[in-house]
Design a binder for this molecule. Sequence first.
Ligand SMILES: [Fe+2]
Length: 181
Amino acid sequence: MDHAVMMDSKSGNEALALCLTECLSNTVVFKFKAHGHHWNVKGSDFAEFHEFFGDIYLESEEQIDAIAELIRTRGKPVIYRLTDFANNSSISDAEVGSDALGMVRDLRDSNLTLLACLNDTFNCAQAVNDQGIMNVLADILSKRSKLNWFLSSFLGEEAPTELPMHESMLEEALEEAAEQI
Ligand SMILES: [Fe+2]
């Protein structure tokens, strides 16, 4: 899709707000996963994983606030009810038990989906030439790329460089935004 053609108006900003809302919802779901793993992990490496998951949920909390404030600075309301976050999230929320490596794999896969979502949203911000949003998203993307490496290394794997197929959020958002205008 030629974003420059598609994203030149009010519909572009509406689409960007919807994309940011999906990133926010995914980050909330991801944060609760990491926090749950922090509480529930068991095993001989408990202390190491308890702290590792703790660092991940704290960093995610900062990102939640940063993304929510981006939405508000562009004059849009921010969702806050847990049901709304669940309904707007595109990452898996499956039960993973208490095995540390199972938790790490769950977070690595969820983080990849989040990277894909953030990447789409960055492209959306670029299409409407919103440098402020691009800057914040670039910072979050670099932190989540590093996390992709950390989580993959715990699994004894190289960090995947290909992002998973992500339902074209931008196209969906454009359709939804067009209906709202
Ligand atoms: Fe704690």
